[in-house]
Design a protein around this ligand. Structure first.
Ligand code: FES
Ligand code: FES
Length: 140
């Protein structure tokens, strides 16, 4: 069926031509960087967001040193969060990614990496903002 085929091609294209591969400058005041690893296999994912003054994610980049499913999961995540508020981006579940990409059960942790990475990027951005607001705050 045409619809199933179109869907399949969309999934495949995240594997074959991942979107938004690259880096943002982690020192920029409006950039949050998430760096996470999967203990199960040692794969590592870096995902970075740029956040505009309205708190909306305006740009996203990733670099994943890992399996095809981890790369496809990060590619999917970058397209999914662009244009979202931090709050909405932080609610995206790995199960959504796994479903969209038709990941088998053994590859669920690959999509978990993408969920961990976006949350970690959001936390990094928020920590950076609160440090800027309170330069003497201990712990940073
Ligand atoms: Fe990580 Fe597959 S175990 S690349
Ligand atoms: Fe470990 Fe995919 S992230 S096998």
């Amino acid at each position: 069926p045409v619809i199933a085929r179109a869907y399949h091609e969309k999934v495949i294209s995240h594997y074959e031509s991942p979107r938004n591969v690259g880096s943002l400058n982690k020192n920029d005041f409006d950039v949050g960087t998430g760096l996470v690893g999967a203990p199960a296999c040692g794969d590592v994912m870096k995902l970075q967001i740029r956040v505009d003054e309205q708190g909306i994610i305006s740009d996203v980049k990733f670099k994943t040193f890992g399996c095809g499913s981890a790369i496809a999961s990060s590619s999917y995540m970058t397209e999914r969060v662009k244009g979202l508020s931090l709050e909405d981006a932080g609610k995206i579940k790995n199960t959504e990614i796994a479903k969209e990409l038709c990941l088998p059960p053994v590859k669920l942790h690959c999509s978990m990496l993408a969920e961990d990475a976006i949350r970690s990027a959001i936390r990094d951005y928020q920590a950076k903002r609160s440090t800027m607001a309170n330069p003497k705050k201990p712990g940073f």
